[in-house]
Design a protein around this ligand. Structure first.
Ligand code: GLP
Length: 245
């Protein structure tokens, strides 16, 4: 696990984009693992700008997103499909048919099964991850088995509270999601996790220097051979001060 510390979010976003641009320039048929939430937006903006400068093309690229809310589809403002179309896919030359996100409108059991079948036949070249304040990655909440495949999740209260900021009303946040499992995520050849701000300090600290335990789903990354964590100085300082408390 390599940890890189940057001054601010802008520097993190540039560094994250470099890893992705490298894959996009060197692979004939790149397969990207993508995430939602606020953390990857700067990365996506940098990829759009590299595309606009003709440095990269997404014509031969396939993408797999981590997760989707149960019940939300393309017409729902807060669906992850809508998020991805808006923040990335509609601004680049990717074929939308090559962009994969669990279907929140199907029965969740069926949707999970279909998505997992798709994932078993591919090998993601590079996966971007954010992290939840409780240490979740994708929507793998504390307690999820390290050997989990794509599955349906009952979201924890802290995740619903954290994500309520994207919805008009907290009661609108879906209570369930479909998510890639931890075993699916670990299949990616390379993983980049980005986090900034003091709020994420506890989760990052437990992920990198705590025990590898299903109580902190992100701690599974300790055993992945190619993970890079990009964090800002504020967060790094908070980790150090926590250690001295
Ligand atoms: C959601 C997503 C995660 C994401 C997390 C953190 O729960 N399912 O993939 O990492 O939010 O989001 P943010 O980057 O907005 O802090």
């Amino acid at each position: 696990m390599e940890i890189r510390i940057f001054e601010n979010q802008k520097e993190i976003d540039l560094a994250a984009a470099k890893y992705f641009i490298d894959v996009l320039q060197n692979k004939q048929y790149p397969i990207l693992g993508l995430a939602t939430g606020s953390s990857p937006i700067g990365l996506y903006n940098n990829l759009i700008s590299a595309y606009n400068k003709d440095k990269i093309s997404f014509k031969n690229t396939t993408t797999f997103n981590l997760d989707e809310y149960v019940g939300l589809g393309i017409d729902d403002e807060q669906s992850y499909r809508n998020f991805m179309n808006k923040h990335l896919f509609n601004q680049i030359d990717i074929n939308l048919e090559n962009t994969n996100i669990p279907d929140g409108k199907l029965s969740p059991e069926e949707s999970s099964k279909i998505y997992n079948e798709k994932l078993t036949n591919v090998s993601i070249d590079i996966q971007i991850l954010g992290i939840g304040t409780n240490g979740h990655i994708a929507f793998n909440e504390p307690g999820t088995s390290f050997s989990s495949q794509t599955h349906i999740v009952d979201l924890k209260k802290e995740t619903i509270d954290d994500n309520a900021r994207f919805f008009n009303d907290k009661n609108d946040v879906p209570r369930q999601a479909i998510t890639m499992g931890l075993a699916n995520i670990m299949q990616a050849k390379q993983i980049i996790l980005i986090a900034s701000g003091e709020k994420k300090a506890k989760a990052i600290s437990l992920m990198i220097q705590g025990a590898m335990t299903e109580d902190i789903p992100a701690s599974i990354l300790q055993k992945h051979p190619n993970v890079t964590i990009l964090i800002d100085r504020k967060l790094a300082k908070k980790i150090i001060s926590c250690e001295h408390e």
